[in-house]
Ligand binder design. Structure first.
Ligand SMILES: [Zn+2]
Length: 497
């Protein structure tokens, strides 16, 4: 079927979108949701399974207390109410990667409900209302072999790995997000991004979108501007990067508008997102909740967290990442651009730790975002994975401040640190990097430079002080960058005045 895509500018002139985001967070508990199987990522297929997570007859599940704790902390961080009593429910459907033929989830009794998250887009704040955050288990993973697309259609055979079956998930569901049409793609992206930051700050998941430990389903519908009823929604499943969230919203808006402009009806269905083209394609027609025949799980006791425990967990919440960012920006005196670059480079925590170790914020930012970012890029690793610690960066800067070394020599100290040559002080000693500020040696070097560059010396004698730069350059070169440049300049001007 060919689709008519309406240009985004035309979509936003005619229609209002309603967004809905369902984000699945895989928790980083050591064991699964209802059994003691390990949750380590990347194990040999079907080695981390037992009768319970394989759904064998007679196997009895037991709730993982740590997963409940993480669910409550996520709920509290999202400003939710925490249920005093709630149950798990069976969501019945058949799928080969779901061995029990039902998923143990929560239905009308979620552990957390009625919250919100304030999302910032280009300096503007949008409140996203959270309908619920509930606990459930992950399914296994199917691999379809032989087809061109990796999907089941056209595949020769399929393999199922149940290692993932039963890993604890928290599903966080928003209420319809009604924002100005032109902002919808950016708000969707910002929401998922800020939710990810919050999850990371809570330490309840490794929050890797690329490994699927955070997955977003993007619901979208359009209605003609001014309509009092929401349109029919599509649900784009398992979108795996922030950029893709934004693109999926944009594409679906254009696609829905094409159908509505032609007088058609949008089908309520799930869709697949294609990273390579930024487009979606039809998945399956979406079941309504009643098709799942939810009923309370008879094999599990209800979860009834005491108010004392909930309050205790509230005390463990980290500072909200968005607020923390604003606080640090003010404390550090960074411009919006400097802050954005720092966050974008993944250097916020590193700069924070470097400042905590005694460096000035601008110096900390400078080293991480220039010299060290370049080296991380060259090595193809994350900034935080470089073999240089924030404490070492602070130490290097303190040696610069003390004029033991200058910025140029500091770069060589970083070379030494990355090569594992020891502490900054050891590297300076071993490589002979200290700045020369010995008066006799500097004076001799200045005399030599003056003798070798009589034309420049004459200019300086005539009052053209700017010409001193050329002499300083010659001396720094001669002394392999190790001269105290400030003192050299003073000596030149003294000798030629
Ligand atoms: Zn198991």
């Amino acid at each position: 079927m060919t689709e008519t895509l309406v240009p985004f500018d035309e979509v936003i002139a005619k229609y209002d979108p309603a967004l809905g985001l369902e984000v699945h967070v895989e928790l980083n508990t050591n064991t699964k949701m209802f059994c003691g199987c390990p949750t380590v990522f990347g194990g040999e297929p079907n080695t981390q399974v037992c009768p319970t997570c394989l759904g064998l007859p007679g196997a009895m599940p037991v709730v993982n207390a740590k997963a409940v704790e993480s669910a409550i902390r996520i709920g509290l961080a999202l400003n939710c109410s925490i249920a005093e009593w709630c149950r798990f429910a069976r969501k019945n459907y058949f799928y080969p990667d779901m061995p029990k033929n039902f998923q143990t989830s929560q239905y009308d009794e979620p552990i957390a409900f009625d919250g919100w998250l304030d999302v910032e887009v280009e300096g503007e704040t949008f409140r996203v209302e959270i309908e619920r955050a509930h606990m459930e288990e992950d399914t296994g993973k199917s691999t379809h072999v032989g087809g061109a697309t990796g999907r089941i259609h056209g595949a020769d055979y399929s393999l199922v790995d149940y290692n993932r079956a039963g890993i604890p998930l928290i599903e966080i569901v928003t209420r319809p997000i009604l924002v100005p049409a032109e902002k919808a793609p950016a708000v969707a992206r910002a929401y998922v991004g800020q939710l990810r930051d919050l999850i990371l700050a809570l330490g309840v998941s490794d929050a890797r979108m690329d490994q699927g430990s955070i997955r977003a389903d993007v619901n979208l519908s359009l209605a003609p501007k001014g309509a009092d009823k929401l349109g029919t929604r599509s649900e784009t499943k398992n979108v795996n990067s922030l950029r893709s969230v934004e693109r999926a919203v944009r594409f679906e808006m254009s696609r829905h508008a094409g159908i509505l402009d032609a007088g058609g009806a949008v089908l309520q269905e799930t869709r697949h997102f294609h990273e390579d083209t930024g487009t979606t394609s039809s998945g399956r027609e979406k079941s309504d909740a009643e098709d799942y025949r939810y009923f309370p799980e008879p094999d599990l006791v209800p979860v009834a967290p005491s108010r004392e425990w909930v309050e205790e967990l509230r005390g463990t919440l980290p500072e909200n990442p968005t607020q923390k960012r604003a606080r640090l920006q003010e404390e550090w005196g960074f411009s919006d651009l400097e802050m954005r670059d720092t966050v974008g480079a993944g250097a916020l925590d590193l700069v924070e730790q470097t400042v905590a170790a005694g460096a000035a914020p601008q110096a900390a930012r400078k080293w991480w975002l220039t010299e060290l970012a370049r080296r991380a890029n060259d090595a193809g690793v994350e900034l935080g994975d470089l073999a240089v610690t924030p404490a070492q960066v602070a130490e290097v800067q303190s040696l610069v401040d003390a004029k033991t070394i200058n910025d140029k020599l500091a770069r060589q100290v970083f070379d030494g640190l990355l090569a594992g040559e020891g502490t900054p002080a050891e590297i300076i000693a071993a490589r002979g990097l200290a700045v020369v500020s010995d008066e006799g040696a500097l004076s001799a070097a200045v005399d030599k430079a003056i003798a070798e560059n009589p034309d420049i010396a004459d200019k300086i004698r005539d009052g053209k002080v700017a010409a001193a730069g050329a002499l300083i350059g010659a001396i720094m070169k001669e002394m392999r960058g190790q001269a105290d440049a400030g003192r050299v300049r003073e000596l030149i001007l003294e000798k030629l005045s």
